[in-house]
Design a protein around this ligand. Structure first.
Ligand code: ZN
Length: 430
């Protein structure tokens, strides 16, 4: 990937629209860690990139876990005894606790209350809850609607099924000039919520599409998997190839109005850490760097002791740190396409830098080479940034000792990466 490729894709309004359109299409689908919602989402993504999907049967053992039964849902509601629906799955798929077992009955309000989740502090929003590994059922609703329930009995339905089936994983691979891989992973298991996690799904899809049209040095692998169990399963299936993964990012929470946040890899000083931090230092935007912590998303699995891959997470406001998190307020109004595009450009810039970052070795290390006789010094009618390029040449010649990469030289010289890169190429060709 070169500078021209980067400039065509950065801050590109067509890409911004493309991501937002995809978000709108995927938003209504009821996804979970297994089931038809994931498959339906993959069918839509498949129109953009050719996903390779795998069905992993329920009860497959993956390290210390087993792949759960497959869950699907058709309908759900709470209604009064006259048939007036109080909440309706058709209106929001967050109304049903994900993985609820089927139930249909008339129930007393006292019994029903034990299965209702609300957020009294945000009384208009519906919370998001799951019960993946504990067979149970439940409803989620706004606290305000809950307070209106005064009848002694209600009629409830959850028309779901939980049975042996399979869990679907999606993957997309772009071969590069070298087999070393850059991994970008997102999770596809949340129902109608945008920042967590559709922003990750749409950015990953559209980034994969555009990178597939460029000539890349690294090979790129994009994962679309259910969080935790999907990552554990993918890692267990690919255990023997993990050493190919040199750099990685978990894509989540990418479209909210907050500043960019980078969560470091567990190693904390790998090339992806250095590159993202350097990109953010030069982004002219506010940002925050967090050391690795063992909760969060799938970096937990990729950075587990046996693998400890260099996988960090570049996000905006992290999960759990915005009030809309895991509620119906994390919707199409909360995230904005321009924030999503800003994050997309930051992913691209990171990739551009890591693709081009090198440690060069000065082949004329015995004092300075004579630049003038090679037409590299004080060229008449030179470009107006000639002074900067000449300065870059001296920095590069002095620090190209095999120990300093281009990022180090940029940091020392305060010269832009693009200028240092262009100048390094000029020196190399001379
Ligand atoms: Zn989540």
């Amino acid at each position: 990937m070169n500078l021209d490729d980067l400039e065509k894709l950065e801050n590109n309004y067509d890409i911004e629209l493309e991501m937002f359109e995809l978000m709108k299409t995927l938003f209504p689908i009821c996804r979970s860690i297994t089931g038809n919602g994931v498959r339906q989402s993959f069918d839509i993504i498949n129109e953009i990139i050719n996903l390779e999907t795998k069905e992993i049967p329920s009860n497959t053992k993956v390290f210390d876990w087993i792949v759960p039964k497959e869950w699907n849902i058709n309908d759900a509601y709470i209604s009064d005894l006259h048939g007036n629906k109080i909440i309706d799955f058709e209106k929001s798929n967050l109304h049903v606790v994900s993985y609820s077992i089927p139930i249909k009955k008339t129930i007393s309000i006292d019994e029903l209350k034990k299965h209702i989740h609300t957020i009294p502090e945000i009384p208009d929003s519906i919370p998001y809850h799951t019960t993946y590994y504990n067979e149970d059922w439940g409803f989620c609703m706004s606290h305000n609607d809950f307070l209106k329930m005064k009848d002694a009995e209600y009629s409830i339905l959850i028309d779901s099924n939980l049975k042996n089936g399979s869990m679907t994983l999606g993957e997309y691979y772009i071969p590069g000039q070298i087999p070393d891989e850059f991994l970008i992973s997102c999770y596809i298991c949340h129902p109608s919520m945008c920042n967590d996690n559709l922003s990750g799904v749409v950015l990953t899809t559209i980034l994969a599409k555009h990178l597939s049209m460029q000539k890349m040095r690294y090979s790129y692998r994009f994962l679309f998997i259910p969080e935790t169990i999907g990552a554990i399963t993918w890692i267990s299936l690919n255990e023997n190839n993990l050493s190919q993964i040199k750099h990685g990012l978990i894509a989540t929470c990418l479209g909210d109005p907050g500043i960019s946040t980078y969560k470091r890899t567990k190693n904390g000083n790998s090339e992806i850490d250095k590159t993202v931090e350097f990109m953010l230092e030069n982004s002219d935007t506010e940002y925050k760097i967090l050391d690795f912590f063992p909760t969060g998303s799938d970096e937990r699995q990729f950075c587990s002791p046996a693998f400890n891959l260099n996988v960090g997470s570049l996000m905006r406001t992290p999960y759990g740190k915005f009030s809309q998190y895991h509620t119906s307020e994390d919707n199409l109004d909360f995230i904005k396409s321009e924030h999503l595009m800003d994050t997309f450009s930051k992913y691209l810039k990171t990739i551009f830098i890591i693709e081009n970052n090198r440690k060069y070795v000065n082949l004329n290390p015995k004092c300075e080479p004579q630049l003038g006789k090679r037409g590299l010094y004080h060229v008449l009618g030179g470009k107006k940034n000639m002074q900067e390029i000449e300065s870059a040449m001296f920095w590069l010649l002095s620090f190209s000792d095999g120990n300093h990469d281009l990022i180090d030289i940029c940091r020392k010289s305060k010269i832009k990466f693009e200028t240092i890169l262009e100048t390094a190429k000029k020196l190399e060709s001379n």
